[in-house]
Design a protein. Sequence first.
Length: 232
Amino acid sequence: MSGFVFKQFSVSHEQCAMKVSTDGILLGAWADLTSGDSLLDIGAGTGLLALMCKQRAPHLLVNAVEIDATAYAQASQNISQSPWPDIVIYNSDIQSFTSEVLFDVVVCNPPYFNDCLKGGDHARNTARHTDSLSFAELLVAFDRLSHQGSIFNVILPCNEAQQFIGQAAAQGLYLQRHCLVRTTKNKSATRSLMSFGYQPRKCEPSILTIHNEDGKYSDDYVALCKDFYLKM
């Protein structure tokens, strides 16, 4: 199998444009799942986020949306072979996706490249570039599929995160949690984990360091991810 084996499930990813990544694992472990009973994963890819969130909160009714047919097929297989085959995944873009349910929690590891030259892999371009799903379209989708108590969890590179925070504020969303992620304590943060909601809340950014100076995972990273990694 080409993919990752976690403590409670496995994820194959050879058919997916975007593979299992530290970004996805970070968001799946960090996302605020305390609000309610229903969750939507936008851009499911391998199904990793949906599976991690379901492991953390088995009571959640989890739905996922994936635009790419090949990734959708692989995510469907990953889900069917997991302990949670009741996760529902749709082969659809989020712009046209409809639901009778307004979701309590939304998670997304969105595309963020907008000024970069594209390669020849259409599926990878779709997964990585914002012309397939712009920040504005993502925020409109969240607004349409959420309610006043909903939480929107996102991970982005720090530069793009500042753009997203500004656009979210213009849509009436408040940054409620913010974690800056750096690889070591001597490096600048490269990723922003963010939770947004419609209610204002004091938000002081925290810092998560992935590796100690000796190259081993930090205590904070182990505490966050130990329920998933086999060797933690």
